[in-house]
Design a protein around this ligand. Structure first.
Ligand SMILES: Nc1ncnc2c1ncn2[C@@H]1O[C@H](COP(=O)(O)OP(=O)(O)OP(=O)(O)O)[C@@H](O)[C@H]1O
Ligand SMILES: [Mg+2]
Length: 260
């Protein structure tokens, strides 16, 4: 059954440019269905990250959500108070960014930083939390969870850090993961491993994933649905296989041709 997890409705974001207002995304509409992998693609600067940040209400202060709604599991996300929002992030949505070094605090161990999510979002005691963190590290296929638990971010390889960030993102069992170009800093072998992991988590944990990527091979292989952006607007969306089989917008055709 296709149950909608998130509805993004007429969302518009602006930035002040001197005396003028510039629109970064304009009137965008799309749904994320429970347990679906949705790819969000488009040229650089088209508004993909801005869209993702709206879903966490993580926009920088310079940007304003002018209008629109984000309905998450029936709740109007944009009207939540800061306190409700804190509860929402992590518990309902996990974030995975391109560069995990920025996501982790360099001064704290990986184990502690994943544990922090559990402190905020569960009532496990210390021992239960630590065993849950080890379980999470194992779930993202880290073969020596104890070593990683005790490591500081810079002591890990890029691939390991990426896995640790995924463990952190899924720690409080969110229903949605937002992954903004999660593999573009990794080499090809690691990319394939991380993608396989996403697929596994999607199936095992029934996670919906919003995947922002420039890799159309990945889009084709992994995603149920596809949203194509250009200059802050959605120019095409639908089931991935339908959109790729019969792209209606010239920009999508160009995208497809560029990867052949
Ligand atoms: N804080 C900001 N202040 C001003 N303009 C911004 C800000 N953040 C983003 N923009 C502008 O908004 C537009 C959309 O940016 P965004 O980062 O969402 O694009 P993107 O599709 O994620 O691109 P990329 O593929 O390069 O990551 C760009 O023109 C960008 O310059
Ligand atoms: Mg981006």
């Amino acid at each position: 059954m296709n149950t909608t997890l998130v509805t993004i409705k007429d969302l518009t974001v602006s930035v002040k440019d001197g005396n003028q207002k510039k629109y970064l995304i304009e009137q965008i509409n799309f749904d994320i269905i429970q347990e679906h992998i949705v790819s969000l693609v488009g040229e650089s600067g088209s508004g993909k990250t801005t869209t993702a940040l709206c879903l966490g209400r993580l926009l920088s202060l310079a940007l304003t959500i002018e209008s629109g709604k984000i309905i998450f599991n029936g709740q109007d996300f944009l009207t939540l108070t800061e306190k409700q929002l804190q509860q929402f992030r992590g518990a309902e949505i996990g974030f995975i960014f391109q560069e995990p070094l920025y996501a982790f605090n360099p001064l704290l161990t990986i184990g502690f930083q994943i544990e922090e999510v559990l402190i905020a979002h569960s009532d496990r005691n210390r021992k239960q939390r630590q065993s849950r963190v080890l379980e999470l590290l194992d779930m993202v296929r880290i073969s020596d969870p104890m070593r990683v638990f005790r490591s500081y971010p810079h002591q890990l390889s890029g691939g390991m850090r990426q896995r640790a960030m995924i463990a952190q993102a899924i720690a409080a069992s969110p229903k949605l993961i937002i992954a903004d170009e999660p593999t573009s800093n990794l080499d090809v072998t690691l990319q394939a491993e991380i993608i396989e992991l996403f697929q596994e988590l999607n199936q095992k944990l029934h996670l919906a994933i919003l995947l922002i990527t420039h890799d159309l091979g990945l889009v084709r292989h992994l995603s149920d649905d596809l949203v194509v952006m250009k200059s802050g607007r959605i120019v095409e969306k639908g089931r991935t296989k339908d959109v790729l089989a019969m792209p209606r917008h010239s920009y999508t055709q160009e995208l497809l041709e560029a990867t052949h």
